[in-house]
Write a protein of this length. Structure first.
Length: 347
């Protein structure tokens, strides 16, 4: 019948595209991709249920089938509601996954990465300590379950770098370089570059920043941080009086900020950092354009408005600068220079 043929072909044609004959991603089964194909099967089932209510049909059988569908739908609703408790937030989701599949390294890694992000975002020392300990344990478990899994190893390096444990961070990054995972190696080079740059070991930082794009050409985070690296170098040579070399480094910084924006226009960091560089070069009009672009992407980030205040202050508009600082504070930004803030409040 036409209903069967249509429903079957609708299902088969749509599901054939998703059967992973050509693997895409790490999932063997992704239930959400079957939702559209199932319309074909439900169409056929619905057609036959409706037939039971046509004139002359045995309607008692129709009511029985409709009742069974209603009971089954109620059962599914109860199950979905119960499942929402496990899907309440990131921590509950991956804790449930670990409970059910304790040997799954991805579950440990994802829960550890959640606590790593909370460690980075928290300003409360006690909360940071709890999140650090949790992330360290969970990521270490993920790495132990799969000794070729680069993600938790890189994240452990990021965690140690964020905690100021630079020697430990480098150990994790160098270990990640040996695992053969291209994504992990690229991120390890980036982490090493940032770590060396923070410690002003610019030669080693430069080598790492140059190596990362050879492994992963599309890497906006790398180009954004590469721009920061060149800006740090520019500042150093500018203070040393080597204006010509400082100018060349500025060009390199602008080029990498531009590459980061071209590769990912939705990333706010290169706009913000390029804006800061423009401000240091007394190009406040250019800086303000970048700050506006960054604020459009992250209107909730006080750091952007604090940075913008320095342009207003440099232009002699203390009132606007003070408003920007107070807006940043209202958004939770806690790194305001108290002397600068007091200066703006002084008539």
């Amino acid at each position: 019948q036409k209903a069967v043929v249509f429903g079957a072909f609708f299902f088969l044609i749509n599901i054939a595209l998703l059967l992973q004959f050509i693997p895409v991603g790490g999932a063997i089964v992704a239930d959400r991709y079957s939702y559209i194909p199932y319309i074909g099967l439900f169409f056929t089932a619905g057609w036959y249920v409706s037939e039971l209510f046509e004139p002359g049909a045995n309607k008692s059988r129709g009511y029985l089938v409709a009742g069974m569908v209603a009971v089954y739908s109620l059962f599914l609703g109860v199950q979905a509601h119960a499942r929402c408790e496990a899907w309440y937030d990131t921590a509950s989701l991956w804790s449930d996954a670990i409970e059910k599949q304790p040997l799954a390294p991805n579950a440990w890694n994802n829960l550890g990465f959640h606590y790593f992000n909370r460690f980075n975002e928290s300003v409360d020392p006690q909360e940071k300590k709890v999140c650090y300990d949790s992330a360290l344990y969970l990521l270490s478990q993920a790495a132990a379950l799969d000794d070729k899994f680069a993600n938790p190893v890189v994240s452990l390096g990021e965690l140690q770098r964020g905690a100021g444990n630079f020697a430990e961070a480098k150990k994790y990054y160098y270990h990640a370089l040996t695992l053969g995972d291209k994504e992990g190696r690229a991120n390890a080079y980036l982490g090493l570059g940032i770590t060396y740059a923070i410690n002003r070991n610019f030669d080693s930082a430069g080598i790492c920043f140059h190596n990362a794009p050879t492994v992963k050409p599309y890497f906006p985070e790398l180009h954004s941080n590469f721009g920061n690296f060149y800006d740090m170098m520019r500042e150093m040579y500018s203070k040393a009086g080597n204006a010509m070399y400082a100018s060349r480094l500025a060009d390199s910084a602008f080029r990498h900020y531009g590459l980061a924006i071209a590769q990912n226009p939705d990333m706010y960091a290169p706009y913000l950092n390029r804006g800061r560089m423009y401000w240091r070069l007394d190009r406040c009009s250019d800086a303000m354009k970048d700050y506006e672009a960054a604020a459009a992407l992250r209107p909730d980030l006080g750091e952007i408005f604090y940075a913008r205040s320095f342009c207003f202050e440099k232009q002699g508009n203390k009132r606007a600068a003070l408003q920007e600082v107070e807006k940043a504070i209202s958004m939770g930004f806690r790194e305001v220079n108290p002397q600068y803030y007091q200066m703006l409040k002084t008539p």
